[in-house]
Structure formats: C-alpha cells, structure tokens
Design a binder for this molecule. Structure first.
Ligand SMILES: O=C[C@H](O)COP(=O)(O)O
Length: 222
C-alpha cells in the first residue's frame, strides 16, 4: 500500500491562527520529513501566504469559489490562492457547504489553476456523486462526528468502506480520505485498513498541547 496522505485543516482554531499557523506547519514538516509521510496543512485564507512563504510544506486552501476575475467581492479566486502559495484546496467542507453547481464550478477553477482538489462529502451517495466529478480526492466526513473525538474509522466503518467501494466503481483514479474524530494512531490505522488512502483531520492535532507529539502518535501505526 502506498504511503498515506494526511491533510490537517486548521479551521479557525486560535492555535492555528496567525503565527500559530506557521508553528503548526513547522511541526508537520518535521514529522513529514522524519517519517516520509506526506502531511499538508489547510490554514485560514489570510494565513496561506505566510505559511507557504515560511515553511516548505504543501498548503491547501479551506475553500475556493468557482468564480473568475472580475466583480466578485468577498469571493475566493483560484488564481489568488495559487499565487499565495497554495497547491490545493478543500471544496464543500461540511462547515462551508456548496450547491452541486458551485462544487462543479469550484473544481473547474481549481483545475484551471493547477490546484489539487479534495471534495468533502457526508455519506456514501454524496461521495459517489463527488467522485463522478473527478477530483483528486474525496473526503468522507459524517458531520455528527466532526470535532467529537469519536473516530469515524471506528464509529462508522461502513461509511468509509462503502465510500471506498463506491468510488472504485465510479473512478478508481479518485483517492479516498476519511475524517472526523481522527486523532490517534489506531484511528489512522483503522482508516487505512478500511481502504482509505489518508485522513483529513483537525482538532486532535491543532488543539493538542504539543501538535508535533500528537502527529508522531498519529502516524505511529502506519
Ligand atoms: O476538516 C477536518 C474535519 O472536519 C475533521 O475535524 P476533526 O478532526 O476535528 O473531527
């Protein structure tokens, strides 16, 4: 099995805001170098440039709008994200839901600017629909488990394995991540054993007293 992909979403946690965003990225980079596992970070939009400038690590946006250059006040433009240093973006996170048409437009914009794409979903049917759009990754996250500390890979293994199966039928090139409540080595191990190719996680690392130690524990059973 190939090495997993770990994507750490900072959300708007205080610990991951401003200079904190850089410090957590440095911890991720160290653990990534020590382990050979790809770890990427998704700081808040205003922190993308600072993180990408100060730390050599893949940086993702937490959101992207499917708009072009022009009259779109308050929107997130793919070219701006790219030029800020992002290499990818989350699309349709549970805390930043989009309509199907908006997901498609956001994906198109991300592809236009060469950004890696992760479409977030909440169950097997939406995962199948997202896979049909052809992103690089889908990330299945049951909303009720997000931030709960209860890992999806243990509380709802069927939604992970069901997503893996559904995606394989639709487009085997699309990789599957899972997320919600993942924080321990055993949670990541269970996620990989269910067929996912990595995890999307947040609170267990960003809010940890020692994010580097938390990351080292997370990957301890890979
Ligand atoms: O983007 C990350 C997910 O919403 C998971 O969040 P969590 O690890 O805090 O449960």
């Amino acid at each position: 099995m190939s090495s997993p992909f770990i994507l750490l979403n900072y959300k708007t946690y205080l610990q991951g805001t401003g200079q904190g965003a850089v410090e957590i990225a440095k911890a991720c980079k160290e653990v990534s170098e020590e382990s050979g596992i790809e770890i990427a970070v998704a700081p808040q939009l205003p922190d993308i440039y600072r993180v990408a400038s100060e730390v050599e690590i893949p940086v993702f946006s937490q959101h992207l709008d499917g708009i072009g250059a022009g009259s779109f006040t308050g929107h997130v433009f793919g070219k701006a994200i790219k030029e800020a240093g992002a290499v990818g973006t989350l699309i349709n996170h549970s805390e930043r839901r989009l309509t199907l048409a908006e997901i498609e437009a956001s994906l198109k914009s991300a592809k236009e600017f060469g950004l890696r794409t992760v479409i977030c979903t909440n169950n097997v049917p939406t995962t199948a629909a997202a896979a049909a759009l052809g992103p690089d990754y889908v990330a299945i996250e049951p909303p009720e488990l997000i931030g709960s500390g209860i890992p999806v890979s243990k509380a709802d293994p069927e939604v992970v394995s069901g997503s893996v199966k559904a995606v394989a039928k639709i487009d085997p090139a699309v990789k599957v991540l899972c997320g919600a409540g993942i924080s321990k080595g055993e949670d990541l191990r269970a996620a990989l054993d269910l067929g996912s190719q990595g995890v999307l996680l947040a609170s267990g690392i960003v809010k940890a007293a020692d994010p580097k130690a938390a990351l080292e524990e997370l990957i301890s059973l890979v």
